[in-house]
Design a protein around this ligand. Structure first.
Ligand SMILES: [Zn+2]
Ligand SMILES: [Zn+2]
Length: 395
């Protein structure tokens, strides 16, 4: 027992250290001597045991209190066994990945996935902005975007030109590492991602100066594409294979997906391949009917509205909508008329309208007439009630 180091000294904290300080100190100490990082290093293994034992005692308030009072000579432990008899070995904290996961991650590597296996690069998405007309009629577009590319200085090896990565001596190039640990239940073996090479199986002695060893560099790509007529807002209308991020370890590159956002039009609203608009007409046009101008995607067209056109009537012009995406036919154009009533008439105009109104003698206003009939029916059927209510007021 005499050669045992003080637990506080082992963790490098003072006697008043808080739980947090203990945890931090333990993390630091455990990392510095973990068997995964120091294979076949008996001294590190011994230190790792020591660190674990110290943390196990000091992190338990009861054990810590007894340790503070009696040191290693705790009478309750019976016969000089000290705390080591209660030491639970590597269980719980033994796994390096667990250890670092527990404290917020280390290196970010997944546990057992082979890091040196060929992996496909990520797909990328580019959003192309189009005007309403560009989407309707199709267009040619050039755009630029950035992505990673295999470094042309080192051809992706990450090593300085003229040198090449060498096999990792810790794992022998497999990227995986067999770890043997002692536990109270005997020796335990398990496979881990090699910590020396990060699972790559290769180690770079002299890094490529251009990519800093990553094997990738950032490049700007220029793409020319033909946008087909009829693409719609949010549509993923094209995929360019191999224009995504490059693969790792010889894996294929990802793809580039091109989507578009289509700007709204001042006049037209789109509904799939149909377009809709509103057209104001005068109340005289509505009454007499005749040819009106209707806007189209190409300009305008004449349309004959019938006499007596009512407010809010919707008309359809076939094949004046948007070209169907990868199709041959076009959608339709719908327009809704809104009858405008003049606000400022002079006396002469007013008299003309009065004359006109008199000439109708109440005819031609179907809705007014049927409303009048309904009102009369209503009054008649509720005559008693009206009499009662308004009769009272008179008294
Ligand atoms: Zn490079
Ligand atoms: Zn390795």
């Amino acid at each position: 027992m005499a050669d045992k180091r003080d637990y506080y000294e082992v963790l490098g904290v003072n006697k008043n250290a808080s739980d947090d300080e203990l945890k931090k100190a333990y993390r630091k100490a455990a990392k510095s001597c973990h068997p995964d990082l120091h294979p076949d290093d008996k001294e590190a293994e011994a230190r790792f045991k020591e660190v674990n034992e110290a943390y196990e005692v000091l992190s338990d308030p009861q054990k810590r209190a007894r340790y503070d009072q009696f040191g290693f000579e705790d009478p309750t432990m019976g016969g000089g066994g000290g705390y080591s008899s209660g030491f639970s070995g590597f269980s719980g904290f033994g796994d390096l990945d667990d250890l670092f996961d527990m404290f917020g991650g280390f290196g970010g590597g997944s546990r057992s996935r082979r890091q040196n296996a060929p992996t496909r690069g990520s797909d990328l998405q580019y959003n192309l902005r189009l005007t309403f007309e560009e989407a309707a009629f199709g267009c040619k577009k050039e755009f630029k975007f950035q992505r990673n590319a295999v470094c042309d200085n080192c051809h992706g090896t990450g090593a300085k030109p003229g040198t090449s990565p060498t096999n990792c001596t810790v794992c022998g190039g497999t990227g995986q590492q067999r770890v043997t640990m002692n536990s109270p239940f005997g020796q335990v073996q398990s496979m881990r991602t090699c910590q020396a090479c990060g699972g790559k199986g290769k180690v770079i002695k002299e890094r490529c100066s251009k990519c800093g060893g990553s094997g990738f560099s950032r490049i700007t790509r220029t793409v020319n594409i033909t946008v087909p007529a009829g693409v719609d807002d949010g549509q993923n209308f094209k995929t360019i294979p191999g224009e995504g991020e490059p693969g790792r370890n010889g894996g294929p590159a990802g793809d580039l997906y091109i989507t578009c956002s289509v700007a709204p039009h001042k006049i037209f609203k789109r509904d799939r391949f149909d377009i809709h608009c509103e057209v104001p007409i005068s109340f005289t046009q509505a009454a007499i009917g005749g040819e009106i101008d209707v806007p189209t995607l190409e300009g305008s067209t004449k349309y004959n509205i019938p006499a007596g056109t009512q407010e809010g009537t919707r008309f359809r012009i076939r094949n004046q909508g948007i070209q169907q995406f990868r199709g041959t036919s076009r959608g339709d154009l719908y327009f809704t008329v809104h009858v405008e009533v003049p606000k400022h008439l002079n006396e002469k105009q007013k008299n003309l309208l009065r004359e006109f109104e008199d000439s109708l003698n109440g005819r031609e206003y179907e809705r007014r007439k049927s409303f009048g009939d309904q009102l009369a029916d209503y009054m008649k059927s509720n005559a008693d009630k009206f009499r009662e209510v308004f009769g009272k007021d008179k008294k």
